[in-house]
Design a protein around this ligand. Structure first.
Ligand code: ADP
Ligand code: MG
Length: 592
């Protein structure tokens, strides 16, 4: 059994020793593995973590390679100029392509990356300046302070230093404020937006990062082989890169190394044996890869990395150590009793169904307002309108005096509204602590680049400290490092509350927080909500459990079929005939 750190040390030791005992042939092979690892690593982040599919990474490799090749061969530029120009061009194209496609859901991104890959391949093969299909040769080697890297072993040093740096940077990124946001992108985009994360921008950043890794790989490739031709950037290659990411383990940084190693070695081996089975030569290895993928993905859906990690303990990340840190600054809330939230004639239609109809109510700072009503009354929809998850069709919503009904969810979050979701919206594979830390996203500022360089540690400690404090508040400290999906539903609701509290909100919206809780847990939750109110928090509470609400709230708003049917003090509502009718609706009374 070996730990993650030991595995890293062993791997680095192997890399350092390899050029001394491997033959020229295997050193070259290792170089190709390193080059592929860079591209596959971008796909791990893009596809495995963020859930965006690209079949066009080979085209970015090509842009990085060709840019430097043309500048060096036609204009005598140094490879370092070529690197800067190649990355700049790759970045420009990635941003251009990303701005158009990344926001669109569904198949737009995969399809446009295929189209992009094909067109670049034909462009390379048909431009006179690029020597068409013959390619550009005679590239100079990279030189570092006068040291020319003109052998395979010397290129090896550069390639693997870059790969190691990229792997560590990617690992650092995933373990940070931005990383948590990226990991929420795939399945929890609505939640992420509700905590202030700009998901479209983040997707673009990841797409750009993956493209830059590919461009970097292309530059290294060009100056290692000293020759570029269109054949290295076919759509086949794009598919192979995806295979590598998937086989290795598309959501794990080290999976990129495993996938790239395995497929590169396998391809080399297949190149030797396949021609003995087939009459003519061709790219048969892609067919074999495809056939091998089926049983692999059947047995190990998440790729080989988790399987290997189970053998050792390498994949399991050490539980986060929460150390004390300076508390994050708090928001200055409005004075108790001032108008906080006001809905006026708010409307939401789903096709022919008016889920929320001309809904109006006011709420003051420091109160707990209950929003009740039978199933399907429109309570959750009203929440979604207030938080900007859904746009309203008519009416006005004001928060602290300002209109918010036209703002996107992440802007509303910034104003100090935090919520929980009726259908629990946690990142299942992430720990309780990390899930709650997403709530504090807007209380940090360090972005992806600083995270990669580990320049975010001070802020990160403060964010995690804050998250741990909120986890303790809801009584889940014992589960701090457990995957949130491993908790029973009732406790997952508590994690949702802790995450909302981590945002330091002015107004807290809770959608059926007591559902699934046991009696004692409900009592503890009620005590927590009372404590929050005494600290000046305003709470809008949707709840089904009447007993739970009655003892807790100042006032109630009752909805039925999208409309407000009553509003008042709990004991008046309890005696209100219209409300009783709505709740008991359809049940005939026997009494005369
Ligand atoms: P509640 O939270 O009070 O139980 P909801 O707000 O979830 O009620 O739902 C109100 C009505 O709107 C229901 O009839 C529900 O089926 C419908 N509804 C909710 N969300 C959607 C949606 N995204 N698309 C279509 N209909 C919806
Ligand atoms: Mg609901």
């Amino acid at each position: 059994m070996i730990g993650a750190r030991a595995a890293l040390v062993l791997f680095t030791a192997f890399l350092a020793a390899a050029p001394f005992f491997l033959s020229e042939f295997y050193v070259t092979l290792m170089n190709y593995i390193g080059l592929s690892t860079l591209v596959a690593l971008g796909l791990v982040l893009l596809t495995g973590v963020a859930g965006l599919m690209s079949f066009g990474q080979q085209a970015f490799v090509g842009v990085g390679a060709y840019t430097s090749a043309v500048l060096a061969v036609h204009y005598g530029a140094s490879p370092w100029i070529g690197l800067a120009a190649g990355l700049a061009l790759t970045g420009l194209i990635a941003v251009g392509l990303g701005v158009i496609t990344v926001r669109l859901s569904g198949h737009y991104l995969p399809l446009s990356t295929i189209a992009w890959g094909i067109s670049v391949y034909f462009l390379f093969g048909n431009l006179e300046m690029l020597n068409k299909h013959d390619g550009v040769g005679g590239l100079p080697p990279v030189a570092i302070a006068g040291w020319k890297l003109d052998t395979g072993r010397e290129s090896y040093v550069l390639i693997w230093l870059v790969v190691l740096a990229a792997l560590l940077a990617a690992r650092n990124l995933l373990d940070s404020r931005s990383g948590r946001a990226v990991r929420a992108l795939r399945f929890r985009a609505t939640m992420a937006e509700s905590f202030g994360i700009d998901t479209a921008r983040l997707k673009l950043v990841i797409f750009l990062y993956a493209a830059l890794l590919a461009g970097l790989s292309g530059w290294l490739y060009a100056h290692f082989t000293r020759y570029v031709s269109p054949g290295a950037f076919t759509v086949n290659m794009g598919i192979e890169y995806l295979f590598m990411a998937v086989v290795g383990g598309a959501s794990q940084v080290w999976g990129a190394v495993i996938g790239a190693s395995l497929l590169t070695l396998l391809k080399e081996w297949l190149k030797d044996i396949l021609p003995t089975f087939f009459e003519s030569s061709g790219n048969y290895e892609v067919i074999v890869f495809g056939l091998l993928m089926l049983p692999l993905l059947h047995r190990a859906r998440d790729g080989l990395m988790p399987v290997l990690a189970r053998l050792g303990r390498a994949g399991r990340r050490a539980p986060a150590r929460v150390v004390t840190a300076d508390p994050l600054p708090r928001r200055a809330g409005p004075a108790a009793g001032t108008p906080l939230l006001a809905l006026a004639g708010v409307q939401k239609n789903f096709g022919g169904l008016a889920a929320v109809r001309a809904l109006s109510f006011d709420m003051r700072a420091g109160e707990i307002l209950g929003l009740i009503g039978p199933n399907g009354a429109g309570k959750s929809t009203a929440f979604n309108l207030v938080t900007g998850v859904l746009p309203s069709d008519a009416g006005e919503i004001r928060f602290c005096g300002g209109r918010i009904d036209a703002l996107p969810a992440r802007r509303i979050a910034r104003l100090g509204i935090a919520r929980t979701f009726q259908h629990v919206n946690l990142v299942g594979a992430m720990s309780v602590l990390e899930n709650v830390a997403i709530g504090a996203h807007l209380r940090g500022a360090k972005g992806s680049v600083r995270a990669m360089l580990r320049l975010d540690r001070d802020e990160e400690r403060r964010l995690l400290h804050e998250a741990a404090k909120q986890v303790e508040r809801v009584g889940l400290t014992a589960h701090l490092n457990d995957a949130s999906a491993s908790l029973p539903l009732g406790q997952q609701r508590l994690v949702e509350i802790a995450r909302a509290l981590a945002a330091d909100p002015v107004l807290l919206l809770l959608d059926e927080p007591a559902a699934g809780l046991r009696f004692q847990e409900k009592q503890a939750l009620a005590a927590l909500l009372r404590r929050l109110r005494s600290e000046g928090m305003s709470i809008l509470l949707v709840e089904h459990d009447m007993d739970f609400v009655m003892g807790l709230v100042e006032r109630l708003v009752v909805m039925d079929f999208g409309e407000k049917i009553a509003e008042g003090l709990p004991r008046d509502i309890q005696a209100n005939a219209v409300v009783i009718e709505a709740y008991l609706g359809g049940i005939e009374e026997d009494a005369p």
